[in-house]
Design a protein around this ligand. Structure first.
Ligand SMILES: [Ca+2]
Ligand SMILES: [Ca+2]
Length: 287
């Protein structure tokens, strides 16, 4: 660009809210080249996000959710989220789903210790179900990269009188969290009164993609990953009788601890590195 000689402050923002912003003071007295390295936004746990145009993924099984309450859903496989793996989720009509229980409040910035917590917020706003609206679920993909889909279809934000929008969440067994958006037309549908992000169990850590800011385009996708983490899984059996051991603690000292399920299996996210898991009974298998 061409500027008159003088001093300026340059502000640079990425194409999505996954990257941070940068500013620099420059003085123009001839040709100037100024490079920027935009920081990757990362929450304390280590989640980052990427923005793209991944194909929309719809649900297939209708889910009855009473407005003002959450509907509990058993997940077909454990989903790692902020370290531990989760086996149930509560789906609300207002654009979020919590692994911790059913709670519905007006949208707020993240992180926030107030409930809801331990939640995915693809589009937390004051949303209304119309006659053609529906919430659907599905399981897609192939193990070990299956995803459980929750789709909010043809939903109307309260602030838009006639506009409908759709969005879905993909909860990956490999720990990735995907958001998809469709029929995004107005500033409200772009998120001008919505919270978009993910939040941990006690509301002290979150990746807030945006809050009350138009930030979503039609056809956009977001993918949240804890890049420095791998999913570890295994099974604990009782050495005496060879039976699966439920309720055993598998500890990665100073890193993570998981409790085995009814079938003796455990699964969770552990930061990359060499760890020696310890537990009451050594895991018979870990991969
Ligand atoms: Ca919260
Ligand atoms: Ca629309």
């Amino acid at each position: 660009m061409t500027l008159p000689h003088g001093s300026y402050q340059l502000s640079v923002a990425g194409a999505s809210h996954c990257a941070g912003t940068a500013t620099a003071d420059i003085t123009v007295a001839g040709s100037v080249t100024k490079d920027f390295d935009l920081t990757v936004k990362r929450d304390d746990f280590g989640y980052t996000c990427t923005s793209g145009t991944e194909p929309y993924v719809a649900g297939t099984e209708p889910l009855t959710v009473v407005p003002g309450a959450g509907q509990e859903v058993a997940l077909p496989f454990p989903v790692p989220f902020y370290g531990e793996s989760r086996s149930r989720i509560w789906v609300t009509t207002v654009g979020f789903a919590s692994f911790a229980g059913e709670v519905v409040f007006d949208n707020e910035p993240l992180p926030e210790p107030l409930e809801p917590n331990l939640a995915v917020y693809p589009f937390w706003d004051d949303l209304r179900l119309e006659a053609q609206s529906g919430i659907y679920t599905a399981t897609v993909g192939t193990a070990p990269h299956r995803s459980f889909v929750i789709e909010w279809r043809d939903i109307r934000p309260q602030a838009d009188t006639f506009e409908l929008m759709s969005f879905s969440v993909l909860l990956g067994e490999d720990g990735t969290i995907g958001y998809r958006y469709k029929d995004i037309d107005t500033a409200v549908e772009q998120g001008s009164s919505a919270t978009i992000g993910i939040e941990n169990a006690d509301g002290t850590d979150a990746f807030q993609y945006s809050f009350d800011t138009p930030s979503i385009r039609d056809g956009q996708s977001l993918t949240f990953t804890a890049k420095d983490y791998g999913v570890v899984r295994g099974k604990v059996t009782d050495a005496n009788d060879g039976q699966p051991l439920a309720g055993a603690t598998v500890e990665f000292p100073h890193v993570a601890a998981f409790t085995t399920r009814e079938d003796g299996t455990y699964r969770g996210q552990v930061r990359a590195g060499t760890h020696q898991p310890a537990n009451d009974n050594r895991p018979s298998r870990s991969q």
